[in-house]
Write a protein that binds this ligand. Sequence first.
Ligand code: AMP
Length: 196
Amino acid sequence: MNELKNICVFCGSSEGNDLAIINAAKDLGIAFSDQNITLVYGAAKIGIMGILAQSVLDHHGEVIGIIPEFLKKKEVVHLGLSELITTKNMHERKLRMLEESDGFIALPGGMGTLEELFEMLTWLQLGLHQKPIALLNVNHFYDDLLQCLETMVRKGFLSMNNYNLLLVDSNIIQLLEKMKAFKPDDIPKWLKPERT
Ligand code: AMP
Protein backbone atom coordinates (compact mmCIF):
# COMPACT_ATOMS: atom_id res chain seq x y z
CA MET A 1 0.00 0.00 0.00
CA ASN A 2 1.20 3.53 -0.79
CA GLU A 3 1.64 5.89 2.13
CA LEU A 4 -0.14 9.12 1.27
CA LYS A 5 1.34 11.81 3.54
CA ASN A 6 0.95 14.71 1.11
CA ILE A 7 -1.59 14.89 -1.72
CA CYS A 8 -1.61 17.65 -4.30
CA VAL A 9 -5.07 18.75 -5.44
CA PHE A 10 -5.78 20.54 -8.71
CA CYS A 11 -9.12 22.36 -8.80
CA GLY A 12 -10.96 25.45 -9.98
CA SER A 13 -9.87 28.97 -9.16
CA SER A 14 -13.60 29.71 -9.66
CA GLU A 15 -16.39 28.45 -7.40
CA GLY A 16 -18.64 27.31 -10.20
CA ASN A 17 -22.39 27.04 -9.67
CA ASP A 18 -22.94 23.49 -8.39
CA LEU A 19 -23.37 23.18 -4.63
CA ALA A 20 -22.42 19.49 -4.82
CA ILE A 21 -18.93 20.53 -6.00
CA ILE A 22 -18.50 23.09 -3.22
CA ASN A 23 -19.58 20.47 -0.68
CA ALA A 24 -17.21 17.89 -2.18
CA ALA A 25 -14.29 20.34 -1.73
CA LYS A 26 -15.27 20.81 1.93
CA ASP A 27 -15.63 17.04 2.42
CA LEU A 28 -12.24 16.37 0.82
CA GLY A 29 -10.70 18.82 3.30
CA ILE A 30 -12.33 16.92 6.19
CA ALA A 31 -11.13 13.55 4.81
CA PHE A 32 -7.56 14.91 4.55
CA SER A 33 -7.50 16.12 8.14
CA ASP A 34 -9.16 12.87 9.36
CA GLN A 35 -6.47 10.81 7.60
CA ASN A 36 -3.57 13.15 8.49
CA ILE A 37 -2.95 13.95 4.84
CA THR A 38 -1.30 17.30 4.14
CA LEU A 39 -2.88 19.25 1.30
CA VAL A 40 -0.51 20.56 -1.37
CA TYR A 41 -2.14 23.00 -3.80
CA GLY A 42 -1.80 26.23 -5.75
CA ALA A 43 -2.07 28.54 -2.68
CA ALA A 44 -5.08 30.58 -3.80
CA LYS A 45 -7.83 31.73 -1.44
CA ILE A 46 -10.32 32.01 -4.29
CA GLY A 47 -12.69 29.49 -5.87
CA ILE A 48 -12.80 25.77 -5.09
CA MET A 49 -9.08 26.08 -4.25
CA GLY A 50 -9.83 28.44 -1.36
CA ILE A 51 -12.83 26.42 -0.13
CA LEU A 52 -10.75 23.23 -0.02
CA ALA A 53 -7.77 24.84 1.76
CA GLN A 54 -10.02 26.56 4.30
CA SER A 55 -11.80 23.28 5.06
CA VAL A 56 -8.48 21.53 5.79
CA LEU A 57 -7.35 24.42 8.02
CA ASP A 58 -10.73 24.64 9.82
CA HIS A 59 -10.36 20.95 10.71
CA HIS A 60 -6.81 21.45 12.02
CA GLY A 61 -5.05 19.92 9.01
CA GLU A 62 -1.86 21.06 7.29
CA VAL A 63 -1.74 22.94 3.99
CA ILE A 64 1.27 23.67 1.78
CA GLY A 65 0.66 26.28 -0.93
CA ILE A 66 2.94 26.54 -3.96
CA ILE A 67 2.57 29.68 -6.05
CA PRO A 68 4.64 31.35 -8.76
CA GLU A 69 5.92 34.85 -7.99
CA PHE A 70 3.70 36.55 -10.59
CA LEU A 71 0.47 35.15 -9.04
CA LYS A 72 1.42 36.12 -5.50
CA LYS A 73 -1.06 38.98 -5.23
CA LYS A 74 -2.84 39.92 -2.04
CA GLU A 75 -6.29 39.33 -3.53
CA VAL A 76 -5.37 35.80 -4.64
CA VAL A 77 -2.92 34.19 -2.22
CA HIS A 78 -4.12 32.52 1.00
CA LEU A 79 -2.02 34.03 3.79
CA GLY A 80 -3.13 31.60 6.52
CA LEU A 81 -1.48 28.43 5.18
CA SER A 82 0.86 26.18 7.21
CA GLU A 83 3.58 26.79 4.58
CA LEU A 84 3.81 28.98 1.48
CA ILE A 85 6.38 28.16 -1.18
CA THR A 86 7.11 30.70 -3.93
CA THR A 87 8.53 29.58 -7.26
CA LYS A 88 10.09 31.49 -10.16
CA ASN A 89 7.48 30.39 -12.69
CA MET A 90 4.69 27.89 -13.52
CA HIS A 91 7.13 25.18 -14.64
CA GLU A 92 9.09 25.29 -11.40
CA ARG A 93 5.80 25.27 -9.49
CA LYS A 94 4.65 22.04 -11.12
CA LEU A 95 7.98 20.34 -10.50
CA ARG A 96 7.80 21.40 -6.86
CA MET A 97 4.22 20.05 -6.64
CA LEU A 98 5.53 16.72 -7.90
CA GLU A 99 8.41 16.68 -5.40
CA GLU A 100 6.23 17.62 -2.41
CA SER A 101 3.41 15.12 -3.08
CA ASP A 102 2.76 11.38 -2.84
CA GLY A 103 -0.22 11.53 -5.20
CA PHE A 104 -2.59 13.85 -7.08
CA ILE A 105 -6.34 14.46 -7.16
CA ALA A 106 -8.28 16.60 -9.62
CA LEU A 107 -11.53 18.10 -8.40
CA PRO A 108 -13.76 19.96 -10.86
CA GLY A 109 -12.14 23.03 -12.40
CA GLY A 110 -11.34 24.70 -15.70
CA MET A 111 -8.43 24.73 -18.13
CA GLY A 112 -5.78 25.23 -15.43
CA THR A 113 -7.02 22.12 -13.62
CA LEU A 114 -6.99 20.05 -16.82
CA GLU A 115 -3.53 21.27 -17.78
CA GLU A 116 -2.10 20.28 -14.39
CA LEU A 117 -3.89 16.91 -14.36
CA PHE A 118 -2.72 15.97 -17.85
CA GLU A 119 0.86 17.08 -17.31
CA MET A 120 1.11 14.79 -14.26
CA LEU A 121 -0.60 11.99 -16.23
CA THR A 122 1.77 12.30 -19.18
CA TRP A 123 4.75 12.31 -16.80
CA LEU A 124 3.36 9.09 -15.26
CA GLN A 125 2.76 7.60 -18.72
CA LEU A 126 6.39 8.39 -19.60
CA GLY A 127 7.64 6.79 -16.38
CA LEU A 128 8.98 10.08 -14.95
CA HIS A 129 7.21 9.34 -11.66
CA GLN A 130 5.15 6.51 -10.16
CA LYS A 131 2.61 8.37 -8.03
CA PRO A 132 -1.16 7.72 -8.12
CA ILE A 133 -3.34 10.23 -9.98
CA ALA A 134 -7.07 10.37 -9.34
CA LEU A 135 -10.16 12.13 -10.59
CA LEU A 136 -12.96 12.91 -8.15
CA ASN A 137 -15.93 12.74 -10.50
CA VAL A 138 -18.38 14.85 -8.50
CA ASN A 139 -21.93 14.78 -9.79
CA HIS A 140 -20.84 13.43 -13.23
CA PHE A 141 -18.69 16.54 -13.84
CA TYR A 142 -15.99 14.55 -15.65
CA ASP A 143 -18.23 12.10 -17.57
CA ASP A 144 -17.63 13.90 -20.89
CA LEU A 145 -13.87 13.99 -20.34
CA LEU A 146 -13.84 10.25 -19.60
CA GLN A 147 -15.86 9.66 -22.73
CA CYS A 148 -13.30 11.65 -24.74
CA LEU A 149 -10.51 9.47 -23.30
CA GLU A 150 -12.50 6.37 -24.27
CA THR A 151 -12.73 7.72 -27.83
CA MET A 152 -8.92 8.10 -27.81
CA VAL A 153 -8.64 4.42 -26.81
CA ARG A 154 -11.14 3.33 -29.47
CA LYS A 155 -9.38 5.32 -32.18
CA GLY A 156 -5.97 3.97 -31.20
CA PHE A 157 -4.38 7.10 -29.71
CA LEU A 158 -4.35 5.93 -26.09
CA SER A 159 -3.58 2.44 -24.81
CA MET A 160 -6.02 0.81 -22.39
CA ASN A 161 -3.09 0.41 -19.98
CA ASN A 162 -2.45 4.13 -19.92
CA TYR A 163 -6.17 4.95 -19.78
CA ASN A 164 -6.32 2.82 -16.63
CA LEU A 165 -3.55 4.86 -14.99
CA LEU A 166 -6.17 7.50 -14.16
CA LEU A 167 -8.06 6.39 -11.04
CA VAL A 168 -11.69 7.54 -10.97
CA ASP A 169 -14.40 7.55 -8.32
CA SER A 170 -17.24 9.78 -7.16
CA ASN A 171 -16.67 8.79 -3.53
CA ILE A 172 -13.78 10.43 -1.64
CA ILE A 173 -12.95 7.53 0.69
CA GLN A 174 -13.04 4.98 -2.14
CA LEU A 175 -10.87 7.26 -4.28
CA LEU A 176 -8.26 7.51 -1.50
CA GLU A 177 -8.34 3.70 -1.11
CA LYS A 178 -7.70 3.29 -4.85
CA MET A 179 -4.73 5.68 -4.57
CA LYS A 180 -3.28 3.71 -1.65
CA ALA A 181 -3.65 0.45 -3.60
CA PHE A 182 -2.14 1.83 -6.86
CA LYS A 183 0.88 -0.20 -7.91
CA PRO A 184 3.72 1.29 -9.96
CA ASP A 185 3.65 -2.15 -11.63
CA ASP A 186 0.57 -0.89 -13.45
CA ILE A 187 2.92 1.32 -15.51
CA PRO A 188 4.13 -0.40 -18.70
CA LYS A 189 7.44 -2.05 -17.80
CA TRP A 190 9.46 -0.67 -20.66
CA LEU A 191 8.68 2.86 -19.46
CA LYS A 192 9.48 2.32 -15.80
CA PRO A 193 12.46 4.34 -14.52
CA GLU A 194 15.49 2.36 -13.28
CA ARG A 195 15.34 1.81 -9.54
CA THR A 196 18.48 3.02 -7.74
P1 AMP B 1 -8.65 26.76 -13.41
O1 AMP B 1 -9.08 25.32 -13.36
O2 AMP B 1 -8.49 27.25 -14.80
O3 AMP B 1 -9.47 27.65 -12.54
O4 AMP B 1 -7.18 26.77 -12.80
C1 AMP B 1 -6.97 26.24 -11.53
C2 AMP B 1 -5.63 25.58 -11.43
O5 AMP B 1 -4.64 26.41 -12.05
C3 AMP B 1 -5.24 25.43 -9.97
O6 AMP B 1 -5.04 24.06 -9.62
C4 AMP B 1 -4.01 26.29 -9.79
O7 AMP B 1 -2.86 25.53 -9.52
C5 AMP B 1 -3.85 27.08 -11.07
N1 AMP B 1 -4.39 28.46 -10.92
C6 AMP B 1 -5.24 29.07 -11.77
N2 AMP B 1 -5.56 30.32 -11.36
C7 AMP B 1 -4.89 30.52 -10.22
C8 AMP B 1 -4.78 31.60 -9.31
N3 AMP B 1 -5.44 32.76 -9.50
N4 AMP B 1 -3.98 31.46 -8.22
C9 AMP B 1 -3.30 30.32 -8.03
N5 AMP B 1 -3.34 29.26 -8.85
C10 AMP B 1 -4.13 29.33 -9.94
